[in-house]
Write a protein that binds this ligand. Structure first.
Ligand code: PLP
Length: 391
């Protein structure tokens, strides 16, 4: 088995990296240490690199189709990692998960329909609803001081007053929940009862920490009337976001046809040559790499817990069950919530995601990305420690 050195430091500046080359614009200085956008500072599996290099060496990059072996690699991955038997014809390919959310909204709802999200949540969920002229309904998750839960009573109230579609984040960015089977069953039953279509954004499904298991929402209730569009991608799993490659699984034929029509209307159905090659290699050969990456992320989480407990106890961790993003409860810092962004960027010189981006209930929280060599994480925490001590 190939062993990857996740401690290896890479120079990512001057590679057109959103995470490393956009700091001046986003945080006001290039000297910021970036621990923000969901992109890992790890190289993709060697098999992915080789497959892309080999294809690049061919030199011709014309319009590219997806062969049966591509689809088969996805089907096998879903079977092996999630015990989910998907038929190849249920797969629809798209450059990204966020574009897929937009297509689902355009094709499965009408202007002015209500679309529900559960904040604090990945901020493009807000934008994609509003930019497509739909009404945004928020059913905030409930935080009991250690864990976030869905508010089923509120969900039912909202569904009863007319919700056409909900966007589920599973596992959840930023709060790190990996929803349990009973939670998903309850949600699916409510969606069935009120005829709500669910777009399940399961882009984080492969990054689940020990003791937890991702369950695809589409598998929890065996009822063909349940309308689910499951959006997935290799981008978080293998750090391939720049390849712009994703897919959706849609069992219901009518829903699938509507989604496919939307994709064709935008002429977005053709694939990216490197995305196709890289994704296939990742799903065929990436199991061991992913297991090692998750183990490394778990070590970083232990490191983060230890560091905060010993040196910065005023900042508390909401323990993640999945993803490599950690939701930090900073409400006890002696600062107004609105001043946290400038504190972390200007005093600590670290780039985090301010909680308010994820909705009003995120105020007082910060999201930190721990998918980086531990040396980078340690440097970021030392900067935060120093800045907090100076408050
Ligand atoms: C929940 C969620 N959905 C979608 C995306 C991005 O998907 P894509 O780059 O395929 O549009 C992210 C990226 O962080 C995410 O966290």
């Amino acid at each position: 088995m190939q062993h990857t050195d996740f401690n290896q430091l890479f120079q990512r500046r001057k590679t057109n990296s959103l995470k490393w080359d956009d700091l001046e614009k986003r945080f006001g200085s290039d000297d910021i240490l970036p621990l923000w956008v969901a992109d890992m500072d790890f190289a993709a599996p060697l098999e992915v690199q080789s497959a892309i290099q080999e294809r690049a060496a061919h030199g011709i990059f014309g319009y590219t189709i997806r062969g049966d072996s591509y689809t088969e690699a996805i089907v096998q991955w879903l079977q092996k990692r999630h015990g989910w038997q998907v038929h190849p014809e249920q797969l629809i390919h798209c450059p990204g998960v966020v574009p897929s959310l937009a297509i689902a909204i355009q094709e499965c709802t009408q202007p002015k329909d209500s679309i529900l999200i559960q904040s604090p949540v990945y901020h493009p969920f807000f934008d994609v609803v509003k930019q497509n002229g739909r009404v945004l309904i928020d059913s905030p998750l409930v935080f009991d001081g250690s864990k976030y839960r869905m508010d089923f009573a509120d969900l039912e109230r909202q569904f009863a007053s007319g919700v056409a579609l909900m966007i589920l984040c599973s596992p959840h960015n930023p709060v790190g929940r990996v929803w349990t089977r009973p939670e998903l069953e309850e949600l699916a039953a409510l969606c069935l009862a009120y005829d709500v279509t669910i777009v399940a954004d399961e882009i984080w499904s492969d990054i689940v920490l020990d003791g937890h298991q991702h369950i695809p929402l589409a598998t929890v209730i065996d009822n063909p009337a349940l309308k689910v569009i499951t959006c997935m991608a290799p981008s978080k799993t293998f750090n391939l976001a720049g390849l712009n490659t994703s897919f959706s699984v849609i069992a219901q034929r009518q829903l699938r046809n509507a989604f496919a029509k939307g994709l064709h209307k935008l002429e977005m159905h053709l694939g990216n040559v490197f995305g196709i090659v890289g994704t296939q290699a990742a799903y065929e050969h990436g199991h061991a790499w992913l297991n090692q990456a998750i183990a490394y992320i778990q070590d970083n989480l232990v490191f983060l817990n230890d560091y905060l407990m010993k040196r910065i106890p005023v900042v508390k961790i909401v323990q993640p069950e999945g993803t490599y993003l950690v939701w930090l409860d900073c409400r006890e810092l002696p600062l107004a919530f609105k001043d946290q962004t400038s504190f972390f960027a200007e005093q600590a010189m670290v780039g985090l995601n301010d909680g308010q981006f994820f909705g009003p209930s995120g105020a007082g929280f910060q999201r930190i990305n721990i998918a980086c060599p531990q040396q980078i994480l340690a440097e970021g925490l030392a900067r935060i420690d120093k800045a907090v001590k100076s408050l």
